[in-house]
Write a protein that binds this ligand. Sequence first.
Ligand SMILES: N[C@@H](CCC(=O)N[C@@H](CS)C(=O)NCC(=O)O)C(=O)O
Length: 224
Amino acid sequence: MITLHYYPSNASMAPHIVLEEIGCVYQRLLVERTQGAHKTPEYLRLNPNGLIPVLTDGRFGDDFVMYETAAILLHLADTHPAAQLAPAVGTAERAHFYKWLMWFTNTLQAAPIVYFYPERWVTAGNASGAQDVKNHAQNKISGMLEQINTQLASHGQDWFLGQNYSALDAYALMLCRWTRGFDAAAGSAPARTHGNIAAYLERMLARPAVQRVIAAEGLELPWV
Ligand SMILES: N[C@@H](CCC(=O)N[C@@H](CS)C(=O)NCC(=O)O)C(=O)O
């Protein structure tokens, strides 16, 4: 059995969408992070970083544990080839898939962590410093949203890589969702206001797998 340790709208959302796209049997386990469940000894044994998500996969043994969103997405795509969630290995499209996956995980995804938790980058109690850090993170992410906008415009097709839907789409939706609270008046507009991204996000939201995840995680509007 595959088990996804998740918390609504956290980095577990992309693997959650991919599991729904695959349509395999799996279970969700809520990590009650409001009560610090991700920092307990039991959870730290699964992921010593104390971060969400974790995926266990009984097909590979009782002690098989994965963490890191990008790695989990690759693992799910590779072990469910019929779902066609990654281009064929050795193709140019696969190379671009790797490029964007790495960019999502170590460049784009790194910035929302600063945006959501700016106090971690300043001395305790320095509220104005934290606000400054938050504003810088928003501006940095805005620039990266423009890169996504340009990628979508470059091929004019429905999905992130082009004609074919892939695990990257689930990842992109999650990352774009995290910008929903951006303050356009302060010069950092949410992903949904960028021309090509807006229509792309509508297509993503129309996917039944995405709607099932939104319902299961109890997400409220605006979804992106
Ligand atoms: N690189 C990690 C990042 C995961 C991550 O930052 N998860 C957040 C939720 S979105 C978390 O668990 N935060 C808890 C904390 O920072 O204490 C991944 O992609 O799995």
